[in-house]
Design a protein around this ligand. Structure first.
Ligand code: ADP
Ligand code: MG
Length: 633
């Protein structure tokens, strides 16, 4: 048997890593005790002192010794209770662990007691419970963390860093408990002061920063996920406020702050193509589900949970975020992309306040499936050979040049109404606005909020991408057999891997087989790429090189649900490459009708605000910004 102190210190190794872990455990205890106000004091980055004072239920004098005893918890009584934990704590380990590696003093009083009691514990020396003066509630001070385990103390960073981590933890926990007031005091300063009784939105905005208020879209998913047992509320940051770290992602399940790979993957997936892959969107997500649906007892610091049905959680999060993002105007303003260079503008620019309520009724205009159907329908109306095919086809590349009905810039039929475009567009574009092409590269137009400048290649790339994706999903791309196979030089490795990529190639309409010891023959090629003048040999060579670099193996996906995701990632990588090749280039002249069609497609295509690589396709210079720039406002 290990001595109790050593056993507790071993447990502390898992629970108490640094001052921030102390802050987390103490604050969670205060929340479990029903506190409405929690004050946190830090000295020396929390290494010298962490004191948490609450106005919660308090601990009765008779229970004080029990509170610091290992495996003593008032929150659960049996193993069955573990299946329905509704409190943040349940392991009964935190106070005992903390007391084994620090000097702890507790003062507490319940409403049934006339006076408070104090208890001091330090290592394995436990004092006696003594009466003291004090209000109802608990004040717990933790001094000289790791004073008796110098090796662990060495792993701590500078007080400034530890302090920042303490405050991060506090912000994180506070976000999930907007009804509770939080105040942090550090050497006479108040780095955090959050009033009690805030709404979840007020609290989240107060923590993320008021300047971001106009950049957050509200996410709601109760109505359509209710039947499946997950309710979601949250805020999704516009692509422009994505960050280089995941620090601005706050995920909670039943009020518990967690890290979770499944959810992180769903978030990344929802923003895929809207931000550059190396960046992290700002997201607050609060999931509520039956406690029976999660196992909270899988991590010593309770920072992770295990979902009984993680694919349900993944799809619920993905759908909720996608829906919110699709319903919002994501075009960044000039100020957004310049990182706030246009100073002094209030954050609430018209139309970008808290912009969208994500939870429109299923089947409504925000319904992703419906949007896809409309979208595919749009292109099918311009199927090759249709007499009413227009330049949209030339742009979309769906009409082989020279076929009857395949109009070209010179022989455009008169403009006709486009019923598909009358459906509510995802990005409002002013109707019948003039479009100007500048330097054969950018399009300039206006909408009700200001001037919109479009990168023609980036936008067309996105349009192509969505078109191809819809086509592949609804049965694959049309392809054309070559009279003789086109020979592509290939390495032995590439030849070996050909079998692996064959199913993917088939989905995009490419058929290829070994033609010799160092040659791959392309037998069929997507009609769509032929029409856009893409050379099969060049395309195939590039594709093989990218496969060598592991691009199509789905290795870029952040974990998640395995095979299917990897296939989907690989498909998107290939489609990405195809759309880039097929899209109009910077420098290509476009006719007025082509310009008009492209701008209209912008309103009809999902995620048209960003190209498949996540760069913006369009930037808006708002009227407010113009006024500011010209010194009129
Ligand atoms: P757990 O939170 O897992 O129950 P802890 O070691 O964190 O275990 O706390 C042990 C017990 O001490 C809790 O179950 C609770 O009864 C009591 N306790 C701790 N902190 C407080 C507090 N701030 N207010 C009231 N009771 C508390
Ligand atoms: Mg606890």
């Amino acid at each position: 048997m290990l001595p109790a102190l050593v056993a507790n210190q071993i447990a502390a190794g898992e629970v108490v890593e640094r001052p921030a872990s102390v802050v987390k455990e103490l604050v969670e205890n205060a929340i479990d005790a029903g506190a409405t106000r929690i004050a946190v004091e830090l000295e020396g980055g929390g290494i010298e002192l962490v004191r948490v004072t609450d106005d919660g239920s308090g601990i009765h004098a008779e229970d004080l010794l029990l509170a610091v005893a290992p495996h003593a918890t008032s929150k659960i009584a049996s193993a069955q209770d573990l299946d329905g934990v509704a409190t943040l704590g349940f392991r009964g380990e935190a106070l005992a662990s903390i007391a084994s590696v620090a000097r702890v003093s507790i003062r507490s009083r319940t409403s049934a007691e006339a006076a408070a009691s104090v208890l001091e514990v330090e290592g394995d020396a436990c004092g006696a419970v003594r009466p003291a003066a004090g209000p109802v509630g608990t004040s717990l001070a933790v001094r000289n963390l790791f004073f008796n385990t110098p090796a662990r103390r060495k792993f701590l960073r500078t007080p400034a860093t530890e302090q920042e981590r303490c405050l991060d933890v506090l912000r994180h926990v506070a976000m999930a408990h907007p009804a509770v007031g939080f105040a942090a005091t550090v050497e006479g300063r108040r780095p955090l002061d959050l009033p009690a009784g805030q709404s979840p939105k007020e609290r989240a905005v107060a923590i993320l920063g008021r300047e971001l208020a106009g950049q957050l879209i509200e996410v709601h998913a109760d109505e359509f996920d209710d039947s499946r047992g997950v309710a979601i509320w949250g805020l999704a940051g516009l692509p422009a406020i994505a960050r280089g770290t995941n620090k601005s992602q706050h995920v909670f399940v039943n009020g518990r702050a967690i890290r979770d790979r499944t959810i992180a993957h769903a978030i990344a997936e929802a923003y895929r193509g809207l931000i550059e892959p190396s960046r992290f969107p700002t997201v607050v997500l609060m999931l509520e589900m039956s406690p029976a649906g999660i196992d909270v007892n899988v991590h010593p610091a309770k920072a992770e949970v295990r979902f009984r049905d993680s694919s349900l959680v993944h799809s619920a999060v993905l759908r909720a975020l996608r829906r919110a993002l699709q319903g919002a105007d994501l075009t960044p303003t000039y100020g957004d992309v310049r990182g706030g260079v246009v100073k002094g503008l209030p954050p609430e620019l018209p139309g970008s306040g808290i912009v969208a309520q994500g939870g429109a009724a299923a089947g409504g205009p925000d319904d992703p499936a419906g949007a896809t159907a409309r979208f595919v329908g749009y292109f099918q109306r311009f199927a090759p050979g249709r007499p009413d095919a227009t330049l949209a086809d030339a742009i979309a590349g769906t009409v082989p040049a020279g076929t009857p009905g395949g109009a070209t810039a010179g022989s455009a039929p008169p403009p006709r109404p486009s019923p598909a475009l009358e459906s509510p567009s995802l990005v409002p574009t002013a109707p019948a606005s003039r479009v100007l092409q500048v330097h054969n590269s950018y399009l300039v137009t206006q909408d009700e909020q200001g001037v919109v400048i479009i990168d023609q290649h980036a936008l067309h790339e996105r349009v192509m991408f969505e078109y191809l994706l819809a086509r592949v999903r609804s049965g694959g791309l049309e392809s054309q057999r070559l009279l003789a196979p086109a020979p592509v030089p290939a390495s032995a490795g590439q030849l070996r891997r050909l079998e692996e990529v064959a199913p993917l190639l088939a989905r995009i309409g490419v058929s290829a087989a070994a033609l010799g010891p160092a040659t791959i023959g392309v037998h069929a090629f997507p009609t769509f790429l032929f029409d856009r003048g893409v050379d099969p040999v060049e395309f195939m060579r590039e594709l093989l090189d990218k496969a060598d670099a592991g691009l199509f193996s789905g290795g870029g996906s952040a974990g998640g649900a395995g095979g299917e995701n990897a296939d989907e990632d690989a498909l998107r990588d290939v489609l990405d490459m195809m759309s880039c090749k097929a899209a109009v280039k910077a420098g290509d002249h476009l006719s007025d009708i082509e310009l008009g069609e492209l701008v209209k497609l912008r309103g009809d295509v999902e995620r048209s605000s960003n190209c498949p690589h996540g760069r913006p396709t369009s930037i808006r210079l708002t009227i407010r910004e113009l006024e500011k720039l010209f010194g009129r406002a």
